[in-house]
Write a protein of this length. Structure first.
Length: 256
């Protein structure tokens, strides 16, 4: 499987920047010094891997500042607007008419559809102490009107609701989830995304985000695959088996 996946990967070189040119020049100087050393071969390889290739993998702070410079909202302003929207309980009055909601499997939902659905769930009835624990707000350098943040919710099932049923007293530890908010020029929310799991092995929500995760953790998971922990299909298992077979048939490494 790993062999098949890696075979499809290509390295895309980033366009040269002043910062990357300086790094490359520094790398060349380091390589020249290394060439005079008795261990020049291994040293040169390490220096080249550590320096010259960075531009293909990372954006440094200067590049991020350049990408967001001149945008209509600063990171601090976007963060403030996002927190106001979250505090409001996702107020419809802060949504643009073109508002769109999307989760991993839910949506897109319009402003009217989202407010109607969200209002009917009444999550606070089942989890009165719900703490969303939103943190790490950051502006998207590729879409400067968008702010990303992480949620790691904690809650106790001490209340009753139609979806969550009778209280179980179970403590819910949600998997970390990536969320985002996009704002227009008037500061209204045009897009809201939540519930994208970052590590399905963390917490007790079965790797599920949003409401699906909360319900699963208290034994009330909804009866369809999208609201249940991931289970590989037969076709995917077959694909993995073929990948493992192909990897086993590859060239063998020499013992020398």
């Amino acid at each position: 499987m790993a062999a098949l996946v890696l075979a499809g990967m290509t390295r895309v070189s980033a366009p040269p920047t002043a910062a990357s040119s300086r790094r490359a020049a520094g790398s060349r100087r380091s390589l020249a010094v290394a060439a005079a050393s008795p261990t020049s071969s291994s040293t040169a390889t390490q220096v080249e891997a550590a320096g010259a290739g960075d531009a293909a993998f990372f954006l440094d702070d200067a590049q991020i500042r350049a990408m967001t410079e001149g945008s209509r909202w600063s990171e601090a302003e976007l963060t403030g607007k996002a927190k106001d929207f979250i505090r409001s309980g996702f107020s419809a009055g802060m949504m643009a008419d073109s508002f769109e909601f999307m989760g991993p499997v839910v949506g897109p939902l319009s402003k009217g559809a989202f407010t109607a659905a969200f209002g009917s769930f009444r999550v606070e009835d089942a989890f009165p102490d719900l703490a969303q624990n939103c943190h790490h707000f950051r502006q998207d350098p590729f879409a400067p009107d968008r702010v990303w943040y992480t949620s790691a919710a904690r809650a106790t099932h001490t209340g009753k609701s139609a979806l969550a049923g009778e209280p179980t007293g179970r403590v819910v530890e949600a998997t970390p989830q990536t969320c985002s908010l996009t704002f227009d020029g008037e500061g209204m929310v045009t897009k809201f995304t939540i519930g994208y799991p970052m590590d399905r092995s963390v917490g007790n929500t079965g790797g599920l985000g949003g409401l699906y995760g909360l319900l699963y953790a208290v034994g009330r998971g909804l009866p369809f695959p999208e609201a249940q922990p991931f289970q590989p299909t037969l076709r995917y298992k077959l694909f993995q088996w073929i990948g493992q077979l192909a990897a086993g048939m590859g060239p063998k490494k020499s013992d020398s």
